[in-house]
Ligand binder design. Structure first.
Ligand SMILES: *Cc1c(COP(=O)(O)O)cnc(C)c1O
Length: 360
């Protein structure tokens, strides 16, 4: 068996311990004589697994009791619609557009009411987070929306926006569980799990209870109401059982690693190895304003498209894969999620250093 160092932005690297455990349980999950993929979502075994998974997530994030945890399908992208359908009582919402994902959410919200773009960093290819300390928040806004870590551009909010008392909704897909967060500051926190947690095909939405009501926009499908899923403990219809199972294992792995404080420390250390190299390199350079750098997604360029392509090819050959930047920005991007070991980043930097010596 040979594993590569996988820098994919998502679906992405998973902890080896988790993969090994899942492989061991594939034919027979804990004496059931079947895999989790094959069992009823109404079975006691699965119900226990679901409840334990939720409890572990609540532990990791210290989720307050007045928040529901929902395991939903449709990915993060379906939340772009589900959020306005459930929250846009005044049909007004404010969006801070810091990248493609925030932009897509903003565009989707326009279908349901007035979505205001109250700040953006598009003028400089989304390479920074705008000052959000005193934005023109709409008096009747139902919520203020952000994408907290911008997967494609590699920026991260280091401070939450001043919403002037309005509800904050945040897409945390690519920084989910990378560090502790104070859930009580948000109305909704959600993320697709295929970036930093588990396999593709599921989104976890953490929703404050008072926002879960029957008072949704007219015509909202049953499956798009938070209340449908909250009332049924995420079992209104068949959930993504196997994804829940793997996420549960990742939650246990995170606990065994010391929880989110320890992950934050580890992630800071890991990211610093790469950023410190980029800051002194004569060939490679980071593309993001220093104070807004993400710990999870690190974009960089040489400034020469051919050199970028040569680097990506050489890196792939050497076992460092999926380093090509997003098709909308080019260059390179190393996604160094929780499951990327420190050695992976150390070895990548050593490889970049050698490449630089040979190509300068
Ligand atoms: C990947 C990503 C999405 C889209 O996720 P899907 O599950 O494919 O819908 C949304 N937001 C962010 C921040 C992402 O990184």
């Amino acid at each position: 068996m040979s594993r590569v160092y996988n820098f994919s932005a998502g679906p992405a690297v998973l902890p080896e311990e988790v993969l090994r455990e899942a492989a061991e349980e594939m034919m027979d999950y804990r004496g059931c004589g079947m895999s989790v993929m094959e069992m009823s979502h109404r079975s006691k075994v699965f119900d226990d697994l679901l409840n334990e998974t939720e409890a572990d997530l609540r532990d990791l994030l210290h989720i307050p009791d007045n928040y529901k945890v929902l395991f939903l399908q449709g990915g993060a992208s379906l939340q772009f619609a589900m959020i306005p359908m459930n929250l846009m009582k005044n049909r007004v919402a404010d969006y801070i557009v810091t990248g493609q994902w925030a932009k897509k959410a903003y565009q989707e919200a326009q279908k349901y009411g007035t979505a205001n773009k109250i700040a953006t960093s598009e003028d400089q290819t989304f390479s920074y987070i705008p000052d959000c300390s005193d934005l023109p928040i709409s008096p009747d806004a139902d919520y203020v929306y952000i994408c907290e870590n911008n997967t494609i551009y590699g920026t991260k909010y280091k401070q939450l926006p001043n919403t002037k008392g309005k509800l904050l909704v945040s897409d945390v897909s690519s920084c989910f569980l990378s560090e502790p967060m104070d859930i009580s500051k948000y109305g909704i926190v959600y993320g697709g799990v295929q970036k930093n947690i588990g396999p593709a095909g599921m989104v976890i939405s953490i929703v404050r209870e008072d926002l879960i009501t029957d008072d949704v926009l007219p015509g909202t499908p049953t499956m798009m109401k938070f209340k449908t899923h909250a009332d049924a403990n995420s079992l209104y219809n068949t959930p993504n059982c196997y994804c829940i199972y793997i996420c549960g294992k990742v939650f246990k792995w995170l606990k065994s690693m010391g929880g989110l404080e320890a992950m934050k420390e580890r992630n800071e250390k890991k990211a610093a190895i790469l950023y410190d190299f980029l800051d002194q390199s004569q060939l490679f350079k980071g593309t993001v304003r220093r104070e807004d750098r993400s710990l999870m997604n690190v974009p960089f360029v040489t400034g020469d498209k051919e050199m970028d392509a040569k680097f990506v090819a050489a890196a792939t050959e050497a076992g460092f894969v999926n380093l090509k930047g997003h098709r909308s920005v080019g260059g390179m991007r190393a996604s160094i999620y929780n499951a990327m070991p420190i050695e992976g980043v150390q070895k990548l930097v050593a490889f970049m250093n050698d490449f630089e010596k040979e190509n300068r």
